[in-house]
Design a protein around this ligand. Structure first.
Ligand code: FES
Length: 176
């Protein structure tokens, strides 16, 4: 800018350089927006993963969560006179041991094949009974005798070893 001095000389007055604050503000605003957008994206992804976990495990369930064991000592033979039974856990599955009135011993996976209720031995009727829908099984074979179960009970092996009742899967590695 030029100004006329009293002396008649012109003096050049430098105007201070202007700084474009709007550019920096716009840049800050932009990076803040990007940051917030990124955070929202990360939050959304985490929430989606949390929500998807149960859905995915429902659609593709893990192969098996069963705790498998090879052997269980149920107790001394003297604790189970003929005609008695015991419901117990064989690993993570419900199981049933029966010392039949005729002296034979049997063990089963106690999961009803109908809808999965746990079956019980009925000493008075000498059968295995499911209270949920009246399914009835043979106490020696586990075969269905009456009611809606589509198939018999899976057998376990019951044996006496050194005066104790020992339970094993029917076959090594077989589904108990
Ligand atoms: S669940 Fe056992 S009879 Fe239905």
């Amino acid at each position: 800018m030029m100004m006329m001095m009293a002396t008649g000389q012109e003096e050049k007055i430098e105007t201070p350089p202007t700084f474009d604050y709007s550019a920096e503000t716009a840049g800050e605003t932009m990076s803040r927006r990007l940051f917030m957008g990124g955070m929202i994206g990360v939050f959304g992804a985490v929430m989606a993963a949390v929500a998807a976990g149960p859905l995915l495990s429902y659609l593709w369930p893990p192969k098996s969560t069963a705790i498998k064991i090879d052997k269980l000592v149920l107790g001394k033979v003297a604790e189970f006179p003929a005609g008695t039974s015991k419901n117990f856990k064989f690993g993570s599955i419900p199981a049933l041991f029966i010392h039949s009135p005729d002296g034979s011993m049997h063990a089963f996976n106690a999961t009803c094949s109908h809808l999965g209720c746990t079956v019980q031995y009925q000493q008075a009727k000498n059968n295995i009974y499911c209270a949920c829908h009246g399914g009835t099984y043979d106490p020696a074979t586990g075969n269905v005798v009456a009611g809606p179960p589509p198939e018999g009970l899976h057998k376990l092996l019951a044996s006496v070893e050194a005066g104790e009742i020992v339970i094993r899967p029917e076959k090594a590695g077989a589904k108990a």
